[in-house]
Design a protein around this ligand. Structure first.
Ligand SMILES: [Zn+2]
Length: 338
């Protein structure tokens, strides 16, 4: 029977032997043993031949198939080993090469200043308190004596979440929460993010504030001046300060505190608009209405409050002239503070 002959076997084994990679040997396997492969086609011929020849044909076909399968498996194993070896050779580690530089991040200048200010106040006995950034209008405005008609409640200035819920516009509500949970005497600061609908060279919709409060018996404006003057000296060194009368809804009397210009030392420059002074924070004696609102005896207790922008303090500390630099995430700017 001549359908299966020696030549056929030799051709197949040669094809296998000449394969140079795993992919090629797989192609050869499909060509020979696949659904439309040579061997499969051969086995279909079984029904065309006479019964007496079938036995021999079947035997030869099986022998041929077995030797092909064996040859393919052997070749595949060899090719796999070769590929693995060459892969290992390519991936050899050259330990003489210089290492990759790890880019280390740093603390954002705002975080640095916040931590620095916190430390100064903590050393003066102040407690640090934090509160939610989504705040009830009750705490953000009402408890602070801010009337319904006050412009700061305006939808244009405040991000409202619901009718009675806002993104806090200052950290003062943290003070309200603190007063509701604590009894005087105490001194505390509340640093954190605040939100106002504003964007230009000196305003960003999110910024950072640090507000503080000291309540007790016989707390006077003299205590306010002493503590805040001490604070300013710690931040800016030995410097002149002044207090100018001002108005805030939740303090009475109120003042704005200035420090002598850190650039021109009072001579007048672009930064201080030639006044020789830089505004640093707002402050004042807590309005008795605010103390009453949280259930304190406003005959017995008095207190003072103050608040400053952390961005402003940072700008003055590091001589930065554009507020937006803090929020643009330019690594060239941020790297200077590492
Ligand atoms: Zn100046």
């Amino acid at each position: 029977m001549s359908i299966i002959n020696l030549e056929m076997k030799e051709t197949a084994l040669k094809r296998i032997e000449e394969s140079t990679n795993v992919l090629e040997i797989e192609q050869v396997r499909v060509e020979l043993l696949g659904k439309k492969g040579t061997i499969t086609e051969l086995s279909k011929k079984m029904k065309e031949i006479s019964n007496e020849e079938k036995r021999e044909f079947g035997q030869k076909l099986n022998e041929l198939r077995d030797s092909i399968i064996e040859a393919i498996e052997n070749k595949k194993e060899i090719l796999k080993n070769i590929e693995q070896l060459s892969k290992l050779k390519d991936e050899t580690l050259d330990i003489s090469l210089p290492g990759r530089k790890v880019n280390k991040g740093g603390e954002h200048p705002i975080t640095q200043t916040t931590n620095y200010l916190k430390e100064i106040f903590m050393n003066m006995g102040f407690d640090v308190s934090e509160g939610p950034e989504i705040e009830k209008t009750e705490y953000n405005f009402d408890a602070l004596n801010i009337p319904e008609s006050h412009p700061s409640r305006d939808y244009q200035d405040t991000f409202y979440i619901k009718e009675n819920e806002v993104l806090r516009t200052h950290t003062s509500p943290v003070q309200v929460r603190y007063m509701l949970e604590n009894k005087p005497p105490f001194r505390m600061i509340a640093p954190g993010k605040v939100y106002r609908s504003d964007y230009d060279i000196s305003h960003t919709p999110m910024f950072h504030q640090l507000e503080g409060l000291m309540v007790g018996e016989n707390i006077s404006f003299a205590n306010l001046k002493a503590i805040l003057t001490e604070f300013v000296k710690k931040v800016f060194g030995e410097t002149k300060v002044r207090f100018r009368p001002h108005f805030f809804p939740f303090t009475e009397p109120s003042a704005e505190m200035d420090v002598e210009c850190v650039i021109c030392k009072g001579q007048g420059c672009r930064l201080c608009k030639n006044s020789g002074w830089l505004e640093i924070m707002g402050c004042g004696m807590v309005d008795p209405e605010v103390l009453k609102a949280v259930g304190y005896d406003h005959e017995k207790y008095t207190g003072f409050a103050f608040g400053m922008g952390i961005e402003r303090v940072t700008m003055l500390r590091f001589g930065i002239d554009d507020l937006r630099a803090f929020f643009e995430n330019d690594v060239r700017f941020l790297r200077q503070f590492n």
